[in-house]
Design a protein around this ligand. Structure first.
Ligand SMILES: Cc1cc2nc3c(=O)[nH]c(=O)nc-3n(C[C@H](O)[C@H](O)[C@H](O)COP(=O)(O)OP(=O)(O)OC[C@H]3O[C@@H](n4cnc5c(N)ncnc54)[C@H](O)[C@@H]3O)c2cc1C
Length: 420
């Protein structure tokens, strides 16, 4: 079924209308699947025809080219969340609860459901845009939590074997912003694989989470502890942790623009009560410059609204690369892709110390720039093209490489452009 809602509307959206950064070209075919069968049929159909396939969730980790996407864009319209009863999840310990969420569920709707139900384990991931399906593709993480720690299994359609199967958490090979699904799309960092790009070999149909039945949890991140006025490691109500996370994210412009859900192409993708509540109160706007809402993916005076979140991953370096960094560069223990110990540094620190500060633009009045609130977010300030964002990204990559010898790798899935 196509996502058309009104005969005066075009029959397919553009990728600019489906992505948070608000850039990207026309789409040849758009399918909004209402059932698992429709979802699988759309994926199988595109693959059988040899057409490029983009399974899209919230479009919050995608930077797509200005050229048309000559393929099929598929979105899962299902929004079901079920709590499994005790018999259905034998083997899970007493304080735990198993919850299944369909791929199309908006991630923050899922977090809100868990927090309201008294299930702890994902409250630190409040306000991360996107869907449950995509959350396991890049193993979303924030404020001391990663989705990997609460996932028990993932139901997938395998585009290779053409079968539905269940991947358990070990099969997922979760790492920092990575998983087996994400790895299936690349042969090297930012280098798309021939077979499965821009959508992984395994299409997520639903995810089973194991959370704790507990109204409180430990505060696992310094900034959060500060916002809550407690010490790290102290237990706090998960509802309070959620509110603190949303507040801290808002101050950094790291919440998505809720007005996008008023657009005909995004309406229904997120719990409408939450959307209207947020918009009427203006309370989760990135900051005070929250202006009126125009309905169709409009642009506002707020420069920080349209982004993919953090644009570059924090580099994980080997000992020699890390030793070459200035002494005051941040260093954290990490694991290299080959399993060897590595050192993670901060992409934001490298960018800032290479001379690209918050609000940086290639020239005055440019339509793309660094967020005024967050060094790692590349923003569409209004009217930017994908090529403007890509040009800015390349200048930053080149500048950081020239200064520190480290090539930053984009975190979003970059479609139709080369940002190696
Ligand atoms: C303001 C902002 C803040 C952000 N903050 C964070 C953060 O704190 N932490 C973090 O980790 N990320 C963050 N992100 C990035 C983004 O929210 C996550 O990567 C999110 O999981 C993307 O979900 P999505 O549904 O929008 O995916 P999309 O952008 O729609 O797709 C991304 C990739 O996932 C694939 N995909 C989507 N659905 C499926 C499916 N069902 N099966 C298989 N593949 C699928 C797509 O094909 C594509 O390859 C932020 C983004 C924004 C805009």
């Amino acid at each position: 079924m196509t996502g058309q809602t009104d005969s005066s509307q075009p029959t397919t959206p553009t990728l600019a209308q489906l992505t948070t950064v608000g850039v990207g070209g026309a789409v040849d075919r758009f399918v909004e699947a209402q059932s698992e069968e429709e979802f699988i049929a759309a994926v199988r159909g595109a693959d059988a025809e040899g057409l490029p396939l983009l399974v899209i969730g919230g479009g919050s980790n995608l930077l797509a080219d200005d050229e048309p996407f000559h393929g099929v864009v598929v979105r899962d319209a299902r929004r079901g969340i079920s709590v499994l009863d005790d018999d259905a999840h034998a083997g899970v310990d007493a304080g735990a609860v198993s919850i299944v969420a369909q791929a199309g569920v908006n991630w923050d709707d899922f977090v809100a459901f868990c927090v309201d139900s008294g299930f702890s384990g994902v409250e630190g991931l409040s306000g991360v845009p996107g869907t449950v399906g995509a959350s396991v593709v890049q193993n979303i993480g924030a404020y001391g939590q990663e989705v990997a720690s609460s996932v028990s299994s993932v139901r997938v359609f395998d585009r290779e074997s053409k079968r539905v199967s269940q991947l358990d958490r070990n099969d997922m090979h979760f790492g920092y912003r990575s998983s087996a699904l994400k790895s299936s799309m690349y042969t090297a960092p930012a280098t798309p694989a021939d077979s499965y790009f821009p959508t992984p070999r395994y299409v997520v149909l639903s995810v089973t989470f194991t959370l704790q039945r507990n109204e409180t949890n430990e505060v696992a991140f310094g900034q959060l502890a500060k916002a809550l006025g407690v010490e790290m490691g102290e237990r706090m109500p998960i509802a309070d942790i959620r509110q603190a996370v949303l507040k801290v994210r808002a101050a950094k412009g790291m919440l998505e623009d809720m007005s996008r859900y008023l657009s005909p192409w995004m309406r229904g993708c997120k719990n409408f009560h939450i959307v209207t509540d947020v918009l009427s109160a203006g309370k989760l706007a990135s900051h005070d410059r929250f202006t009126n809402v125009s309905g169709e993916a409009g642009f506002h005076q707020d420069f920080d609204r349209h982004s993919c979140g953090s644009f570059f991953m924090n580099p994980i370096l080997d000992a020699a690369q890390a030793a070459a960094l200035p002494e005051d560069a941040p260093r954290f223990d990490a694991v290299l892709p080959d399993g060897q110990p590595g050192i993670k540094t901060s992409a934001a620190w490298l960018i800032d110390h290479a001379g690209f500060h918050k609000s940086y633009q290639l020239h005055d009045g440019a339509s793309a720039g660094l967020s005024t609130l967050h060094t790692l977010a590349l923003t569409n300030r209004g009217g930017a093209k994908a090529s403007d964002i890509a040009e800015l990204a390349r200048v930053i990559q080149d500048g950081v490489e020239a200064k520190f010898g480290v090539r930053l790798v984009p975190e979003p899935v970059v479609v139709g452009m080369d940002l190696r």
